[in-house]
Each structure stands twice: as C-alpha cells, then as structure tokens.
Design a binder for this molecule. Structure first.
Ligand SMILES: NC(=O)c1ccc[n+]([C@@H]2O[C@H](COP(=O)([O-])OP(=O)(O)OC[C@H]3O[C@@H](n4cnc5c(N)ncnc54)[C@H](O)[C@@H]3O)[C@@H](O)[C@H]2O)c1
Ligand SMILES: O=c1ccn([C@@H]2O[C@H](COP(=O)(O)OP(=O)(O)O[C@H]3O[C@H](CO)[C@@H](O)[C@H](O)[C@H]3O)[C@@H](O)[C@H]2O)c(=O)[nH]1
Length: 465
C-alpha cells in the first residue's frame, strides 16, 4: 500500500525552502506544510502581512504565498514541534564552502546538515522520511543515515535525495513546470516505498514522466554535475569572448551560430562579466574537492578551470575599466547599474559586482551603485565580507543611490553589472548629458543598445565585441 504524506516539515526557510514549500503546499492543499528556521527575523518576514516584506524577492512568489499561507502552509521557529508532527522532513539548510580546517575554501560545510540530522534524531518519536533538499556532496546520505540510525530509540528513517534545480529570478516558474524532478533513494522495499511517497507529492502537478527516480548516489551527484555543466557553458563562452574582442568576431553572433546546432542548444551561452550566485562556484569547488579526495587529479583540474576562467573574466572586466579610464580612476565616480548576481532577484551572493567593485576601490575609485532590489546595507556587507580593507574605507568608497539618474550624474563611467530589464528603458540621452566627458559605458551583461549609445556620444565597451 502506498504511504500518503500528510504532514511535511522543511528545515530552512531560505531561497530554496521558502519557494519550494510554498509551491508544494499550494499544489497539495491536503498536506500540512510547516517551514521552520532558527532565524526568527526571516520567519517573521515570511509571516508578514505586507507581501512586499517577504524575505526573498521572486516574481510570482507573493501570489503563491498568499494562497497557501495559513491554509496549509505555515512558517515557524518551533523546529522541534514541526519535526515531531511531520511524516516527511525536508532538509533545506545552507551548505556553504568551508572557511576553516580540512577542505577550507573547497569542501562543502556540512555542519548545518549534521545539526539538523541530530535534531531530528533527538526529537523524532515516529518513523520519518528525511529528504535531502540541500545540495550535498555525493554519499552524504550515508552520514545522515548513520546519525539517525544510532539513536537507539527504535524510530525508523528512510533517506531520500531530492535536489532542487530552480534558478533564482525564475524560481516560481521553475517550480511550477520543472524540466524534471529527481528523487534518489535506497533500492530496497522500504526505500522504494519512501520514493513512491515523495513521487506522490510531486505528481499533484508534475507529469509523472518528468519525475525521475534513481539510487541515492546518482541523485546526489547529478545535482553537482548539472551545476558544473551549466557553469562550464558560461565559462566556455566567456573564454571565447576575449578571443572575439581581439579578432573582430562578435560573441553574440558566435553564440547564436553554435546554439543553432541542436546538439549544443541555444541556452546558457550569454557571455557576461562572470557567473555569480550562491551555487555554481560552491558546487564546483565541492566537486573538485570530492574528485581530489578520490585521487582523481585530472578530473579535479578539468572542473577547476571553470572557476579559474570565471575569476579571470571578472578581473578582466575591472582591468578594462581602469585601462580605458587612462589608468587612473582615483577619485573618479564610477556608476554601477546593478549589484544582484542576476536580474529579478535580491540575492547578491558571489555577485560579480562585488569583485569588480573591490578591484576598482583598490585603485581608489568612488563607486556609486543603483540596484532596484538590493539594499545599501547588503552591498556594504558583501564588500566587507571580502576583508580587503576596513569597513569605514568601504563606506567611503562605495555608496548607494536609489535613483539611477542621480547615480550616473557626474560619473566618468557607467558599468552594467546586472541585466535588469529597466536599464534598457532609461533615457540615455539625459544620462549622457549629466556625465563627465568622454562618457564611458562598460556593458558587462550585453543588454544595452550599443549603436544607440554610440550615436548619443558614449564610448562603449561590451564584452566579446
Ligand atoms: N539558492 C538557490 O537558488 C538554490 C537552488 C538549488 C539548491 N540550492 C541549495 O539549497 C540549499 C539551501 O540554499 P538556500 O539558498 O535556500 O540557503 P539560505 O541560506 O537562503 O537558507 C538556508 C536557511 O537555513 C537556515 N538554517 C540553517 N541551519 C538551520 C538549522 N539547524 N535549523 C533551522 N534552520 C537552519 C538558515 O537560517 C537559513 O535561513 C543549499 O544547499 C543550496 O546549495 C540553492
Ligand atoms: O548564459 C548565461 C547564463 C547565466 N549566466 C550567469 O550565471 C549565473 C547563474 O545564473 P542561473 O543559473 O540562471 O541562476 P542560479 O540561481 O545560480 O541557478 C543555478 O544554480 C541553482 C543552485 O544550485 C540551480 O538550482 C539552477 O539550476 C542553476 O541554474 C548568473 O550570474 C548569471 O548571470 C551567464 O553569465 N550567462
């Protein structure tokens, strides 16, 4: 007989836990879904009456939350109560790159995962299915199982791997119509039963042929592999962008030409100032670390190159700005349009903007930033995290203005760091008139109309052109 899930708990109310559970709850009104977090401020924001105050910005998320919240979707800080009541527990906590000890700067830090496993082990009085939603190194399910099974209280656990493939900025749309849902589990009778229970949750809205089931290790490794392949495409086209610049080829034309080959495909070929986000770098470093730990040095080196190329692309963009501005940017105002790592999100983790700003501030430029969704406080904290200089110096060199025209006024140069749609619609003539001359634009996202800008009088640098 199929086990029907009635009560879900999700530990971690972040960029993944929040939207994923909101959609699961919306699509399964008969399942009670409780999202818990130790961050009380975040939970309060999820419960805020004003939907503009939700802790993350994702197009369409407010409507989903509005429909399901307080019906069968709840946000709470009472982690123990939610664990106790649930028959299925998702672990969706952060798994950042380790900043200390063995594997520092490479391996995933699994301390939050282990804490969750220990808390589940301590609290659980009835059998549970534990679902890894966080991105984890292959074979982590073994660790979780070992912690859970050594409690000695007779409770039985099944562990599933169900990695999340949503991209920020399109999270709701990705969750509503995923290319696939991946569920890995033990290939035993009880394991298969647990897999079937989770398939049942997703099949409320995902066509059954799009729900893939595998063994645990394939599922865990597929997540790291998917991100490595995606990031590798960006680094590949970025590597070619520099060759385009020196040969007269146009990177968008090259991308279009190769993307028409159905074996290559058109997506993820947009050259840029470099990929950011909380996942790509972390997951590839993790993959590299795992390969090295098995002694697979050539495999590790192959994937590490994706990160090396990405770092180079960010560095190259900043160097181009310095060089073009006559190798002296000390005291010059440089306007940044965008700080988020991509459009339609307020997330700034690993955003290229942070690294470009840091490099320009080393040359004592005054960076003034406008981003429609990122707060000034977040920008300062991103810069401070790099630890390059004192917080006071960062406050002096990086300021934020909430109006794009004011941001660009009197600037020597504008750098586009995020591809927000609104940038295309600005009155560029007005911006030009208020700038220092020559007025430079460095389009790190290839989003502006360069011909129009040149006609106005701008000197334009665009990646791969
Ligand atoms: N951000 C994405 O787009 C994305 C997409 C797919 C997969 N992932 C993966 O999903 C995982 C979560 O990522 P995220 O972006 O949602 O992270 P996040 O930092 O936004 O959220 C994680 C949340 O977990 C909470 N938390 C940590 N330990 C806890 C504990 N012991 N008990 C209760 N709450 C705890 C934190 O307070 C935080 O609010 C990561 O493994 C990430 O790699 C992220
Ligand atoms: O052609 C492209 C595509 C993307 N990017 C950049 O790459 C980064 C990542 O973009 P994207 O993948 O769209 O967003 P993420 O939210 O980081 O999503 C990735 O990381 C998630 C976390 O693991 C996965 O779930 C998603 O499937 C995977 O796309 C951003 O800085 C983009 O600007 C480019 O420069 N060029």
């Amino acid at each position: 007989m199929k086990t029907k899930v009635k009560n879900i708990c999700c530990i971690g109310a972040g960029y993944v836990g929040g939207p994923t559970m909101a959609v699961i709850a919306q699509k399964n009104p008969d399942i009670k879904v409780t999202v818990v977090d130790i961050n009380a401020e975040r939970i309060a924001a999820w419960n805020h009456n004003d939907l503009d105050q939700l802790p993350i910005y994702e197009p369409g998320l407010d409507d989903v939350v509005l429909e399901a919240r307080n019906r069968n979707l709840f946000f709470s800080t009472d982690v123990d109560a939610a664990i106790d009541a649930a028959d299925m527990i998702f672990i969706s906590v952060n798994t950042p790159t380790k900043t200390y000890g063995k594997g520092k700067g490479m391996a995933a830090d699994l301390k939050y995962i282990e804490l969750c496993a220990r808390q589940i082990a301590k609290v659980a009085k009835t059998d549970k299915i534990v679902v890894e939603k966080s991105t984890l190194p292959v074979r982590t399910a073994q660790t979780i199982k070992s912690i859970l099974q050594n409690t000695g209280n007779g409770v039985k656990f099944q562990i599933l791997s169900n990695p999340e493939f949503l991209a920020e900025g399109t999270a709701v749309q990705d969750l509503m119509a995923p290319d696939r849902v991946l569920i890995g589990g033990e290939q035993t009778e009880l394991g298969m039963k647990a897999i079937a229970a989770l398939v049942d949750v997703y099949s409320s809205w995902v066509p059954i042929e799009n729900i893939l089931t595998t063994n645990l290790w394939s599922s865990e490794l597929s997540k790291l592999t998917a991100n490595a392949f995606l990031a590798q495409r960006v680094s590949s086209i970025n590597a070619l962008s520099e060759l385009c610049e020196v040969t007269g080829a146009d990177v968008d034309e090259v991308a279009n030409a190769i993307g028409k080959d159905s074996r290559i495909g058109p997506k993820f070929l947009k050259s840029s100032v470099g990929f950011g986000g909380s996942c790509f770098q972390k997951d590839i470093l993790n993959l590299v670390y795992i390969a090295k730990s098995y002694g697979l040095n050539e495999v590790a080196d192959y994937w590490e190159q994706v990160i090396i190329m990405n770092d180079y692309q960010k560095h190259r963009f900043a160097a181009k700005i310095i060089q073009t501005l006559y190798n002296t940017i000390s005291g010059k105002k440089i306007a940044f349009l965008g700080w988020a790592f991509k459009k339609d999100t307020n997330d700034t983790r690993e955003s290229a903007a942070i690294y470009v700003a840091d490099q320009l501030i080393e040359e004592q430029a005054n960076i003034v930033v406008y981003d429609p969704k990122v707060t000034a406080q977040q920008m300062q904290s991103d810069l401070n995290y790099l630890n390059t200089r004192s917080e006071t110096e960062n406050e002096t060199f990086l300021t934020t203005i909430v109006d794009p025209y004011e941001t660009c006024k009197d600037a020597h140069a504008i750098a586009v760091l995020t591809e927000w749609d609104e940038f295309k619609a600005y009155d560029w003539q007005r911006i030009y008139e208020a700038m220092q001359k020559p007025a430079f634009v460095f389009d790190g996202r290839g989003v502006l109309d360069h011909e129009q800008l040149r006609t106005i009088g701008f000197q334009v640098y665009a990646i791969g052109k």
